[in-house]
Design a protein around this ligand. Structure first.
Ligand SMILES: [Zn+2]
Length: 375
């Protein structure tokens, strides 16, 4: 096998920042992920290396965000209420203003852009920034715990270099900020698999949101019912995402790996184990294209950390089935041996309900976009 150049993006500098203690978004997850993969010896040798994030500079930020928004974000202070900032989503319960918010937002996002630069330079075949994945941020809006949309910025930079990009989003929430950034473009195909938006933030991402103008058919949304389990999820992925990805034939894959679709996540209602991510990553690797992967949601900390450590194992070409010396507990999903979750049992009623719903979704997505790709 050809050795893959795999870059893990992290810096202890990231540990200086945190959302307020009551907020679900926990900045400890990348650190814990790194601890596990480091204990497994998976940060060096065999083509593996580490890189530190670099804060995104203003010129790059303005490729997606407005000057007005960046100004408000930079001057935001937890000690001062600002009506104009609040109007752009800053200082809400979801997007609180905390100490050195701007520094955190541009550093965490910067890791994703370092990953993009490495891929463009050919010094990375795969790169993983577990501190990235802020897919909800809009050009002039903080939203859903996200302030700087690193995913949109990375896709813009890769597209400027002439790349055709597949943006694949498996976070349980619709990747709205990225989908709408490229809604009328055909050089960035966005595919988001997420929980039914009737039931979950941000309330968008229905099957009939398929892009517009030249981008028609290049925005793909796959809403999933409560209780969606591994087998059903992979059926959707194989039936819908794989043919479209194959037809699109991207140059680069940008993969938002929010882990909040795992069973036991306190903010959502899907029923996956991390084995799904292994299957998806193995498929993406089989395409033999560069992969820029990031974190994202994931509010059961232990399950999220284990999923991301497992994802790195697969991305960097290591066997994940060996025992792992970590203190990560099961907390909702049992694990066996290494980092993989044990399969979860699915009741007959759950199976029937989920199957019925996903068959309808598969049919709807196929009907609306497949013909646009000659499928
Ligand atoms: Zn999410």
């Amino acid at each position: 096998m050809v050795t893959r150049k795999a870059v893990f993006i992290y810096s202890p500098e990231l540990e200086k920042y945190s959302y307020p203690p009551e907020h679900p978004f926990n900045t400890i997850r990348p650190k814990k992920t790194r601890e596990i993969v480091s204990s497994m010896g998976l940060l060096s040798g065999g083509g593996r290396s580490e890189a530190a994030p670099v804060p995104v500079d203003r010129i790059v930020l303005k490729k997606f965000h407005s000057a007005r928004y960046l100004h408000a974000l930079k001057k935001a202070s937890p000690r001062r209420w600002d009506a104009e900032a609040f109007d752009m989503g800053l200082g809400t319960g979801d997007c609180p203003i905390f100490e050195r918010l701007y520094d955190y937002a541009v550093l965490a996002a910067g890791g994703t852009l370092v990953a993009a630069e490495r891929i463009l330079a050919g010094t990375a075949d795969v790169a993983f920034n577990p501190s990235g994945g802020f897919h909800h941020a809009g050009p002039e809006r903080a939203s859903g715990f996200c302030y700087i949309n690193d995913m949109a910025l990375a896709c813009i930079i890769l597209a400027e270099a002439g790349k055709r990009i597949l943006y694949l989003d498996v976070d349980v929430h619709h990747g709205d900020g990225v989908a709408y950034a490229f809604y009328d473009r055909r050089d960035v195909m966005t595919i988001s698999l997420h929980e039914n938006p009737k039931l979950l933030f941000p309330g968008t991402g229905f099957e009939d949101e398929i892009g517009s103008g030249p981008g028609k058919g290049y925005c793909v949304n796959v809403p999933l019912p409560i209780g969606t389990y591994d087998e059903a999820y992979m059926k959707v992925f194989v039936s819908v995402a794989r043919p479209l990805i194959g037809a699109f034939n991207p140059d680069v894959i940008v993969f938002q790996l929010g882990a909040d679709a795992l069973a036991g996540d306190p903010l959502a209602h899907l029923y996956l184990t991390n084995n799904v991510y292994v299957d998806i990553i193995n498929y993406l690797l089989s395409l033999n294209k560069p992969i820029l992967a990031t974190g994202g949601g994931g509010y059961n900390i232990d399950n999220t950390v284990r999923a991301w450590a497992l994802a790195w194992c697969i991305l960097c070409g290591a066997d994940s089935e060996g025992p792992v010396n970590s203190n990560v507990g099961s907390n909702g999903i049992k694990q066996h041996g290494g980092l993989r979750d044990e399969p979860l049992s699915v009741s007959v009623q759950q199976r029937d309900t989920v199957t019925h719903a996903i068959e309808a979704t598969i049919g709807a997505v196929k009907a609306s976009v497949f013909s646009l790709h000659g499928l």
